[in-house]
Design a protein. Structure first.
Length: 344
């Protein structure tokens, strides 16, 4: 079998996974910021290609078309496909178009709706080959994808982001990026309900660090800069979070800081649970179907499974690779899926 590299080109990260003879051999994740400069995306692709080496086949999915670097999503799809083809520089490069499978670059323009943000389905298709029934919860840095699997088939109602948001299959609730105040307008702080300041003072990564769920060295889970440019430490995170309540860090005790962060974390989980409830309300998954967790925030999916009394399966356990490599692949599930899916 030829070597194949699966690519997931996002608006914050480029993720790529290499498989040789049907087995995963390498995974890389590189930060980018196309909304600031398309050159950032180009460089990330070059760096990933250099890290993974040459391969006969390349399979690409994307979400970077959502970046406001592009006037419309359709233009973004075409532009990202062109950038990928140029920077990857391979003859055998195909683009993932969801239910339609993979298509050539020449066909991308006529299938922009199918190509746009279809990465969630690649991961779900991979899970469907291992689990007859499941709810796949892929919690990335920015979003959460929730995809029901029924009788070994992807049973999603939505295809586009707009449809999936309405169907409960997509939530803008990520492990590290995004604003904590997106999930709560007020919080209990030092014994009083406090309206939260709607400014970009902190991110969910600060919530994770304040709770000990994200250490300073966990770069794969938090490649974005901090809101204030200060360090990625627990103390600096507490200071950033305190600003959301109009306070300085010294005004709160350690227990009060933790209580504040725990409230914000639970508020985000409730947003994901609401989407789960919408999916469950249409009998989309069996009552005993396991939750399969993927993404850098899959430990949160494990908590959701425990709360619902469901079995939890880690996407990493579905991949035949050493544990460290399988864990990296689970962080980059769509890219790994494209590299491993037979027939692509």
């Amino acid at each position: 079998m030829a070597a194949v590299i699966g690519w997931d080109i996002g608006g914050a990260h480029v993720k790529a996974a290499r498989a040789d003879n049907g087995r995963l051999t390498a995974v890389v994740q590189i930060a980018c910021a196309p909304h600031e400069s398309v050159a950032s995306l180009e460089q990330a692709l070059r760096d990933a290609r250099a890290a993974l080496g040459d391969a006969e086949r390349h399979r690409v999915t994307m979400t970077a078309e959502l970046s406001d670097a592009f006037e419309t999503r359709a233009r973004g799809v075409v532009a990202v496909a062109a950038i990928a083809a140029r920077e990857i520089g391979a003859d055998d490069i195909l683009f993932y178009a969801g239910e339609r499978g993979v298509i050539s670059r020449d066909d991308v323009g006529a299938n922009v709706d199918a190509v746009a943000s279809a990465n969630w389905r690649a991961a779900a298709e991979f899970v469907a080959r291992h689990c007859a029934d499941a709810l796949v919860i892929d919690i990335g840095s920015t979003t959460t994808d929730l995809t029901p699997i029924c009788a070994g088939r992807v049973a999603a109602l939505g295809a586009s982001d707009a449809e999936r948001l309405a169907c409960g299959e997509l939530a803008y609730a990520g492990f590290s990026r995004g604003a904590p105040q997106a999930y709560a307008t007020r919080a209990p702080v030092a014994g009083r309900w406090t309206p939260l300041v709607n400014e970009a003072f902190a991110s969910m990564a600060d919530v994770r660090r304040a709770l000990g769920d994200l250490s300073q060295g966990e770069t794969d889970a938090d490649l974005s800069p901090t809101a204030d440019g200060r360090p990625k430490t627990a103390a600096a995170s507490r200071a950033r979070l305190a600003r959301l309540a109009g306070r300085d860090a010294a005004e709160l005790t350690d227990m009060q800081h933790r209580a504040f962060a725990e409230f914000l974390s639970r508020a985000q989980l409730r947003a994901i649970e609401d989407q789960m409830a919408l999916i469950e309300s249409r009998d989309a998954i069996a009552s005993d179907a396991p939750i399969v967790g993927a993404g850098v925030g899959r430990n949160l999916a494990a908590r959701l499974a425990q709360a619902q009394g469901r079995t939890f399966l880690d996407f990493a356990d579905l991949i035949a690779a050493p544990p460290a490599l399988a864990n990296k692949a689970a962080n980059c599930a769509p890219a790994a899926a494209l590299a491993l899916l037979v027939g692509f």
